[in-house]
Design a protein around this ligand. Structure first.
Ligand SMILES: [Zn+2]
Length: 465
């Protein structure tokens, strides 16, 4: 799908790159033109405004004081319809749901209670948007609700309608539409506070933190004033956002240093692929995140041994626990609730998994180049000595075993047995080079993403002014 938009907007890109420098405030209009010219591609619909689909639908009918004189005498006011929508609540009954939707219709309530589809779709679950169409007298004409179940690119739609024979219901299935959204924000207190302000879903905030995990430790290195821009997919059914997709491109400015990335997937190779090149091609065809000049963002080591989440980002340690006990504290402490997953920062082999004085339950991993990593005070150990682990693998859980006064993860890097500040670990690239045939397509998409990210940054600037 991404590749389908490569033909679009090239002429405009040249123009808009000049305009970024000459007329920063006019950029948004130009970007809109570039994006819309994508015609059905990933950037065809970019939401610059609050999402209209998320706003509650109000009554369409306004009280009319005086009808124009020319109105036909037979105008049927009964034919006017009202539309309303609301979210289901887990405790809803037919009566409470219909009441919130402004429906006053005993027959409709009776049908909702007895119809198996309606009951299964609407009741015992919260947060599902239900839309109704009623007569002016608030009797139900039509009710619909949408949801996604699998990852098959489709959504389901419950439709309940009034017919001459009474109410009928049916469940339909239709294709989700992919749209992309542009958002940006500045860190004041935390990443999630900033993404909440920008109305960015949590999964996108987490994806951003994971995408840049090789470069930025989101638990420890965020600064007030850091800013980000992101373009991400939203999957919609009948215009209603039903699922969040992936980050398509993003920029994060951490402590004055800018990191940019985009998602790129090489086209599926033709029959010309030889057996020897097939492995590398498969890795590329899965897609991944690259810098805009074509370097893979995958690193030999992750910056953090814990996945970034709303829970871990907000957890504060009561005190700095080991420091009081050990003469020199050689490690990094991550405050997190007991049970939070701990992950391997790199591929390696388990060198030790068990109890050591002070460390409590501890895992030591051996990586290549005589690198070791240490994960201490664990409440649970999920690996055994000698076992191979891969980067990002869940190896245990945060706890407070050993010399710890509260739950936290104590983490160390050792190179040739010597403790090393994780911040100084070289972020070695894992090479996953682009094929030569994909480079022109990559360059075009990168140019479009540069413009989109510049546009998001410019929106942020104009909000701040
Ligand atoms: Zn520590």
């Amino acid at each position: 799908m991404i590749n389908s938009l490569l033909g679009a907007g090239n002429a405009l890109l040249t123009v808009s790159n000049q305009i970024i420098h000459q007329h920063p405030k006019r950029i948004i209009a130009v970007i809109a033109a570039v994006l819309l010219s994508g015609g059905g591609g990933a950037f065809a619909v970019a939401s610059f405004a609050p999402d209209a689909a998320e706003l509650p639908v109000r009554e369409v009918l306004e009280p009319v004081q005086a009808l124009p004189v020319s109105v036909p005498a037979d105008l049927d006011l009964q034919a006017l319809k009202l539309f309303r929508s609301d979210l289901t609540r887990s405790t809803d009954t037919a009566d409470t749901l219909l009441k919130r939707l402004g429906v006053d219709d005993a027959a409709a309530a009776g049908f909702l209670r007895s119809d198996a589809s309606a009951r299964q779709v609407l009741f015992g679950r919260s947060g599902r948007t239900v839309t109704v169409e009623t007569s002016e007298r608030n009797s139900l004409l039509k009710l619909s609700a949408r949801w996604t179940s699998d990852t098959d690119g489709k959504f389901n739609r419950l439709v309940l309608e009034k017919t001459a024979q009474g109410f009928v219901s049916r469940i339909e299935s239709a294709a989700l539409t992919v749209t992309s959204r542009l958002a940006s924000g500045t860190i004041q207190s935390s990443l999630f506070a900033a993404t909440d302000d920008a109305k960015i879903p949590d999964v996108i905030a987490t994806q951003m933190a994971e995408i840049f995990a090789g470069d930025i430790d989101f638990h420890r290195a965020l600064r007030k004033g850091d800013r980000f821009s992101v373009v991400y997919e939203t999957l919609e059914g009948d215009g209603e956002p039903l699922r969040t997709g992936r980050v398509l491109s993003a920029e994060f400015v951490n402590n004055g240093k800018s990191f940019q990335t985009m998602w790129f997937q090489e086209p599926t190779p033709g029959a010309a692929v030889t057996a020897s090149s097939a492995g590398a091609a498969n890795a590329r065809n899965k897609g991944g995140y690259y810098t805009l000049d074509g370097q893979s963002l995958r690193r030999a080591f992750l910056a953090s041994p814990m996945e970034f989440s709303r829970v871990t980002s907000g957890f504060k340690m009561r005190m700095h626990p080991i420091l009081k006990v050990m003469r020199a504290h050689q490690g990094v402490d991550y405050g997190a609730p007991t049970g939070t997953a701990v992950r391997s920062v790199g591929d390696g082999v388990v060198d030790f998994a068990g109890v050591q004085n002070g460390y409590g339950n501890v895992i030591i991993l051996q990586h290549r180049n005589n690198y070791k990593t240490v994960y201490a005070h664990l409440s649970r150990i999920n690996v055994r000595r000698g076992e191979s682990v891969s980067q990002g693998q869940n190896i245990g859980a945060v706890g407070a075993t050993g010399w710890a006064t509260g739950p936290h993860l104590h983490f160390e890097y050792r190179i040739n047995g010597v403790y090393t500040d994780p911040q100084n670990i070289a972020r070695e690239n894992v090479t996953s080079p682009l094929s030569n045939s994909a480079k022109p397509a990559f360059a075009q998409l990168a140019a479009q993403n540069r413009v989109a990210l510049a546009s998001a940054a410019s929106m942020l600037q104009s909000r701040a002014q």
